[in-house]
Design a protein around this ligand. Structure first.
Ligand code: NAP
Ligand code: HSE
Length: 465
């Protein structure tokens, strides 16, 4: 890069800043303790080893892994690990005064929470990718870190390798984010893409996602039932809307109920089914929900496939902005984690630790109940094929004040499971105009009392992001 006068712009003004940092710590390396060496921890060790020279240059001091804590000392690990560093005792990381920075990639709430708290209390910087923990205790942990003037960084917790945390915390700090529409669970997006594009079964696609290291361990129901995306939405809402939210306040549903027929009808109406996390700031309240959603086939988010994640932000001043990339897996997530390590290490080395969360305000906010949201709806009724059924469905919706935009009947449709597997049923599928969810639900309650209904109604909301 050249300056106006033609002389090179020095982005690393040696000996100035770097030597200042070295003076602050006497050039001593930043000592890192790693809690966990699985998919993400292995990726972290690889990146720290492969990029050590460059990272030391950026941090101003070398970054050295001093201890790696796991459960099983015998397990096979990445070759970047020096097995002599292994321990099963987390105290050797969090209580060791020579360790400056703790990287928590073990997952889960216990013992991760207590270990992070202990590390903060002992004045160590912390990097974590643990969205489950942040969703439950993020505001308290950030407050604890701020009080102790240490950094708590968590770029890897949402969107794997995509820089969404920094985008919200730093790049958009000058704007009001009004809406977040996100594909943040790589496992769900991978499964939905494989089912739609290759006709793979749900179980086969889930196994592939597990083999690729995308799914939560030990139980992928965190992914496929929507909880992982809900945890990430809570973390995003903390930064985007300054909201402290409890998981129970986020309407959460997963992808198990989506059938092949739903993909086919969605396509026929011009939509793709995506598992979305949606947040809106309405001023007096916020809206937070996670569910399968029909979005127009030509929209950007509809074309985010496989393990890719994307977060579409809408800022009052900036307008729409998209962050897009690989949302899970060892190296993509490790990129975010190691970038956090670099940031935190640089702050420690420069004597300015504790800047990351400074000035952040996170408060409880009212979350709008689902019954009050307004949306268009896709409804699929598997019904007996006899006269008057379509009229009764339309009547129930009409009585509730819900207007139909499009309706089709198709069948008989062969079902592999449920009551409809015994006898052929027909599908009545419709799209509503904008309606309040409470009214749609009361119409569905009326339909549920009808004897012609063969299985629970499939309801998906429609968004036009
Ligand atoms: P993982 O493969 O299961 O690795 C977890 C590691 O932590 C293992 O090395 C395990 O030891 C160790 N560990 C767990 N509990 C422990 C305990 N009580 N004491 C000592 N060691 C313990 O999990 P992962 O996929 O790397 O995920 C780690 C974290 O990153 C989670 O919070 C996850 O949500 C998050 N994350 C994952 C991804 C991804 O794509 N996988 C992406 C973003 C964020 P052993 O190896 O001995 O069992
Ligand atoms: N299980 C998560 C996913 C890992 O599938 O997106 C990344 O957070």
């Amino acid at each position: 890069m050249k300056t106006e006068g033609g002389s090179p712009l020095n982005l690393n003004p040696e000996p100035h800043a770097a030597s200042d940092r070295r003076r602050l710590r006497g050039g001593a390396p930043i000592q890192i303790g790693l809690l966990g060496c699985g998919t993400v921890g292995g990726g972290v060790l690889r990146l720290l080893a492969e990029n050590s020279g460059y990272l030391a240059e950026r941090a101003g001091v070398p970054l050295v892994v001093k201890r790696v804590v796991v459960r099983d000392l015998e397990k096979e690990r990445v070759s970047a690990l020096d097995r002599g560093l292994l321990s099963t005792n987390p105290a050797e990381v969090v209580d060791d005064p020579s360790i400056d920075l703790v990287v928590e990639v073990m997952g889960g709430e216990t013992p991760a929470r207590e270990l992070i708290e202990r590390a903060i209390d002992r004045g160590k910087g912390v990097v974590t990718a643990n969205k489950l923990l942040l969703a439950a205790h993020g505001p308290a942990l950030l407050a604890r870190a701020a009080a102790r003037q240490v950094d708590l960084a968590f770029e890897g917790a949402v969107g794997g390798g995509i820089p969404i945390i920094r985008t919200l915390r730093d790049a958009f700090a000058s704007d009001w984010v009004e809406r977040v529409t996100a594909i943040v669970n790589g496992t769900c997006n991978y499964i939905l893409t494989r089912m739609r594009d290759t006709g793979a079964s749900f179980d086969a696609a889930l196994r592939e996602a597990q083999d690729l290291g995308y799914a939560e361990k030990p139980d992928p129901s965190l992914d496929v039932d929507g909880h992982d995306a809900a945890h990430k939405l809570i973390v995003l809402a903390m930064l985007a809307f300054g909201a402290q939210v409890d998981a129970a306040q986020v309407h959460t549903s997963g992808i198990r109920t989506i059938e092949e027929a739903d993909h086919l009808y969605a396509d026929r109406f011009g939509y793709t089914i995506k598992h979305l996390a949606i947040g809106r700031d309405l001023g007096d309240a916020i809206e937070l929900r996670v569910h399968p959603t029909l979005i127009p086939k030509q929209s950007v988010l509809a074309n985010v496939s496989g393990v890719l994640n994307a977060v579409l932000l809408e800022g009052r001043a900036v307008g729409p902005s998209l962050v897009y990339g690989r949302g899970a897996g060892d190296l993509p997530t490790a990129v975010s984690v190691v970038s956090d390590v670099l940031d935190v290490a640089r702050s420690i080395a420069s004597g300015v630790a504790g800047m990351q969360g400074r000035g952040m305000s996170i408060k409880p906010r009212r979350v709008r109940p689902l019954s009050e949201i307004v949306s268009r709806y896709y409804l699929r009724f598997a019904v007996e094929d006899r006269p008057g059924v379509m009229g009764r469905i339309a009547g129930a919706l009409g009585d509730a004040g819900v207007s139909i935009e499009q309706i089709v009947q198709q069948g008989p449709t062969k079902r592999s499971s449920g009551a409809a597997a015994r006898e052929p049923a027909v599908d009545v599928v419709l799209i509503t105009h904008d309606a309040q969810e409470g009214l749609v639900r009361s119409a569905l309650d009326a339909v549920a009392r009808e004897e012609f209904l063969r299985e629970p109604v499939h309801l998906f909301r429609i968004e036009e992001p």
